[in-house]
Design a protein around this ligand. Structure first.
Ligand code: ASP
Length: 329
């Protein structure tokens, strides 16, 4: 280095910079404006909660606002159709959940291919669910609740976020295992459904801890059991359904991030890196913990891991849904 004339060194550096102007510019250019994050469920619900926490952290990392837009309806297929058709430029992305895997078996007229029309950015979290009821129900534990449901002989109303949503699937499995029928009341998301449950407009719901934890703790609704095989630390009084009332019962709602198919590699890399930063962000981790969940392991928050997980989930749910004879349209 001591023998390298200064002018030559400067010239060589300038040449190096000039040789890769496009890559450097593309890196610097994205994101040049705010990013729209579509949540295909109503505001105030569990997917919205997960998406907003992640969006806030990603905004800090990317230096641009990640703006959440709620586009609920038809079990999330309206919002995901919009994302599938958006320009693959990194300015439209989505956070959705397990319903991305159930949609193909449920919706015959689905306008997009859940695996091939998206770039898969990474999984986010796997959220336990809870069986809850309106506060006025005369039942004090899971045994009494299930006895009450059986005694109503089909007259119980349950809330859900559309055909194929996590709340819908959880209740379908519950009804099947109990051998009972209940009547569904559909919403654009369990955010608005929760308002009606608190108001006593329907009887029961199976929903994610990210939406039910505070409502249970504050006594606005009753919580009876969790749907995972292990108890949830934010709701230590709730037993698992598996441990007593319904052995073998297990459902949870995984969430992930997608973009329209065909993102430029540098854009995709930036989004994936920002997602991974969000999943290590102490603010996100703390808030998730308060709501009964945690980020997935970093190895699962990757495009490849999400793509293969989704493909396996599509197969798994196809069998369950066809056996249950459920249709979305
Ligand atoms: N958690 C809802 C569901 O049951 C969706 C939502 O409102 O986020 O799938």
């Amino acid at each position: 280095m001591g023998f390298f004339p200064h002018a030559l060194l400067v010239g060589a550096l300038a040449l190096t910079a000039a040789a890769a102007p496009n890559a450097a510019l593309a890196q610097a250019a994205y994101p040049a404006k705010s990013i729209t994050l579509v949540v295909p469920a109503a505001a105030g619900g569990p997917t919205d909660t997960v998406a907003r926490l992640v969006a806030e952290s990603m905004s800090r990392t990317l230096g641009q606002t990640v703006v959440v837009e709620n586009a609920g309806g038809a079990g999330g297929t309206i919002g995901m159709a919009r994302v599938a058709k958006a320009a693959p430029d990194g300015y439209t992305i989505a956070v959705w959940h397990i319903a991305q895997a159930t949609a193909p078996a449920l919706y015959e007229n689905l306008k997009y291919d859940v695996v091939n029309d998206f770039d898969h950015l990474g999984r986010i979290t796997d959220v336990p669910m809870t069986l809850v009821s309106k506060a006025a129900l005369p039942t004090k534990d899971i045994k009494e609740l299930l006895d009450w449901i059986r005694a109503q002989k089909g007259k119980v109303l349950y809330g859900h976020a559309g055909i194929g949503s996590a709340s819908h699937l959880c209740t379908l499995i519950l009804m099947k295992q109990l051998g009972v029928q209940m009547e569904g009341v559909g919403y654009r998301g369990t955010g608005p459904a929760m308002n009606d449950l608190v108001g006593g407009q329907f009887d029961v719901m199976c929903d994610q801890t990210t939406n039910t934890t505070n409502q249970i703790k504050e006594g606005r609704i009753k919580g009876y059991a969790v749907t995972t095989k292990v108890k949830v630390s934010s709701l230590p009084d709730l037993p698992t359904l598996d441990s007593g009332a319904i052995p073998g019962f297990e459902v949870s709602a995984w969430h992930a991030m997608w973009a329209p198919k065909g993102l430029p590699k540098d854009v995709s890399d930036k989004l994936v890196a920002a997602l991974q930063v969000a999943l290590k962000d102490p603010k996100v981790i703390d808030r998730f913990a308060m709501l009964g969940t945690e980020p997935v392991a970093p190895a699962l928050a990757t495009p490849d891991a999400l793509k293969s997980y989704l493909a396996a989930e599509v197969k798994r749910w196809d069998t369950v849904i066809k056996a249950a004879g459920v249709k979305g349209n």
